[in-house]
Design a protein around this ligand. Structure first.
Ligand SMILES: Nc1nc2c(ncn2[C@@H]2O[C@H](COP(=O)(O)OP(=O)(O)O)[C@@H](O)[C@H]2O)c(=O)[nH]1
Ligand SMILES: [Mg+2]
Length: 428
């Protein structure tokens, strides 16, 4: 159950550039069965917010005199863990998420135009969306280039149109699914009351990732937004639209990548205080990762600068280009991509990273591998639910857990916190 992030937006905003940059790291595809199916699905790595537990492990081992401090030239800068996927350097652990380049946002997609149903099917599988918008306003509604030089007001209006456009498509899609069975839903309300309505909505939208919790939350928000004494069978289309919007916000939270920030009027971002919108430079991230991959520069995603190794022999043109990039990068405090992915995973989805182990003392798996797995899960996930994610048998046979840091025994409904290490005892 990997988190799936959908990249969506009108044509030519930079989705594919963003996707290439974010998924450039070489991964062993065999570990990620979901990427072999579709070239538009890739793996992106996001840095965990808390230090990897291998930091605490190192401190303990050094304190007990069982390990020498890391040497100054240690390429892993002290990290001890052996991640099965992702990396850990200086106790900064990266975790994999699935990223999907969802092309085909065109007017009327919800009615089957363009890639229509294929577009919606791609979206339905995503936990959260990143809408890439053209913050520079260089393209029209269909993504046709208008030429550079649009004013700040024009750029804001174009971005607003992009934002509204996706929301409207999603609302129309959800609204359509609800309307299709509304009469049946209404009969269930007459028979079972509010509970009937909630379970009807859940059934209609389960293909979109609706869960009872999300539907209940959406219903509560809807009741606040559209207080009405009318019975559901009397709700007019405006009330139903509000219901659809509340559901959309739960099912498809959207974070905005204000791309092409390098050529965008800086005030565009300020025009959308109600949205989570982050300036991005996808093509620069792609260029930096490629340059770093070929050894030309030293750059870590998320950094606001890069280094040029003393040994590099650069042409004058290359030096100039790199200087220019260095300035752009400094002015924005980075390309924005790493910060955006962090926001999506840890703020918008409110996920945490937890480390199941087979041994609560040494934090190893059955083969003696140190902290091999980092699971990205919703905050507060119960110990038993984590066990089930590790392996169905562990979930079914769950007896108890042991918190690897405190050594306390924890029960099935113990709520996990960020960076927890958990040993699971189960009947086999
Ligand atoms: N100025 C600028 N151009 C960009 C940026 N990111 C992408 N582009 C350009 O935008 C155009 C469309 O990019 P593409 O990724 O194909 O867009 P898609 O149709 O949304 O997948 C290409 O010419 C990219 O080089 C950026 O951050 N700044
Ligand atoms: Mg594309």
């Amino acid at each position: 159950m990997k988190v799936r992030i959908g990249l969506v937006g009108k044509p030519n905003v930079g989705k594919s550039t963003f996707f290439s940059a974010a998924t450039l790291a070489q991964v062993d595809i065999a570990n990620y069965p979901f990427c072999t199916i579709d070239p538009n699905v890739g793996v992106a790595f996001v840095q965990a917010r808390q230090p990897c537990p291998c930091q605490a492990l190192r401190a303990r081992l050094e304190g007990e005199g069982r390990l020498e401090p890391a040497s100054a030239d240690d390429p892993r800068q002290g990290s001890l863990c052996e991640p099965r996927t992702g990396t850990c350097v200086n106790h900064r652990r990266s975790v994999p998420v699935a990223l999907v380049d969802v092309a085909g946002l065109v007017p009327g997609a919800s009615e089957g135009r363009g890639r229509g149903n294929a577009f919606l099917a791609d979206l339905a599988n995503c936990d959260v969306l990143i809408q890439v918008v053209d913050a520079a306003g260089t393209t029209d509604e269909e993504g046709q280039f208008l030429g550079a030089g649009s004013s700040a007001e024009e750029a804001v209006e174009r971005v607003r149109a992009e934002v509204t456009f996706l929301q409207d498509e999603l609302d129309a899609w959800i609204g359509g699914l609800l309307a299709e069975g509304w009469n049946r839903g209404v009969r269930r309300v007459q028979a079972e009351g509010e509970k009937g309505l909630t379970s009807f909505v859940h059934e209609r939208l389960s293909g979109l990732g609706a869960t009872p919790t999300k539907v209940a939350q959406a219903m509560a928000n809807f009741r606040d937004l559209a207080p009405t004494n009318q019975q559901p069978w009397d709700w007019d289309s405006a009330v139903l639209r509000t219901l659809g919007q509340s559901l959309r916000k739960q099912l498809f939270p959207i974070v905005y990548a204000a791309n092409k920030a390098d050529i965008a009027p800086p005030t565009v971002i300020d025009a959308f205080p109600e949205l989570t919108m982050i300036p991005c430079m996808a093509d620069m991230e792609l260029a930096l990762r490629r340059a770093s991959g070929s050894g030309l520069i030293r750059y870590r995603p998320g950094d606001a600068s890069f280094e040029i190794p003393a040994s590099a022999s650069l042409s004058e043109a290359q030096s100039k280009a790199l200087d220019h990039m260095q300035q752009r990068l400094a002015s924005l405090g980075g390309t924005g991509l790493a910060g955006l992915m962090d926001r999506v995973l840890f703020a918008e989805l409110d996920h945490i990273v937890v480390y199941p182990v087979a041994d609560e003392t040494h934090w190893v798996d059955g083969d003696g591998r140190v902290l091999p797995d980092a699971f990205v899960v919703p905050r507060g996930l119960h110990a038993k639910a984590l066990a089930a994610r590790v392996h169905t048998d562990l979930g079914e046979g769950f007896i108890r857990g042991v918190d690897g840091r405190t050594k306390r025994v924890v029960g099935a409904d113990h709520e996990l916190s960020d960076s927890d290490v958990l040993k699971i005892h189960a009947k086999t």
